[in-house]
Write a protein that binds this ligand. Sequence first.
Ligand code: AP5
Length: 188
Amino acid sequence: MARLILVGPPGSGKGTQAEKICQASSIAHISTGNMLREEIASKSELGKKVESVLASGKLVSDEIVIELIQERVKKPDCKNGFLLDGFPRTETQADALDALLSKSGIPITHVIELQVDEEDLVQRLLNRAKIEGRADDTEEVIRKRLEVFHAQTKPVIDHYRKLSGVFHSIDGAGSVDEVFKKIEEKLR
Ligand code: AP5
């Protein structure tokens, strides 16, 4: 059973590649960013609480996202496996995931890191801003998200980097299909 974590900075292509991987392997795509944006769009209590946090580029509290994940992995579509996109992002979240998985006795099978040059990331997200208008895709907030990534998420990735046979670093700079091909090779 595939249990993947896709990691990388904002704009590295996690969401884009996650959709292709999940479609190809019939596993559930779990994106904490998408889940939080759905809460905001539905104007739920949780959505109202987190809206300004997402718009600022900072991270939502560990407590909130851990609870979202704990509930989400219980859903029937996760039976064949799942891909985590945007989680874990802090050491506390990584510890909570370890605890959750050790309870079920099935470990993470792959951690895929996408690496893209920082100025290319900014450009990709500024391009997306013109199409989708995401509140956090302004240059100022993009730079904040990158700063948060380096301070809080990079150490988590460096922790997974030590898992030989599980951790794979991919150059995320080519076309969407080229990057997907490289990921497929690692998943085989
Ligand atoms: P989240 O939604 O996870 O955003 P992110 O990590 O900043 O990532 P993005 O969605 O911007 O980029 P991506 O890597 O998915 O790339 P994508 O495929 O979209 O989180 C948003 C916010 O939610 C956080 O800031 C935080 O506030 C909160 N949050 C979420 N999870 C949390 C957690 N665990 N803890 C606490 N808070 C949390 O691609 C980007 C663009 O590039 C697209 O336009 C795409 O078409 C394009 N593109 C993709 N691949 C390529 C390519 N190969 N070549 C050219 N363009 C490409």
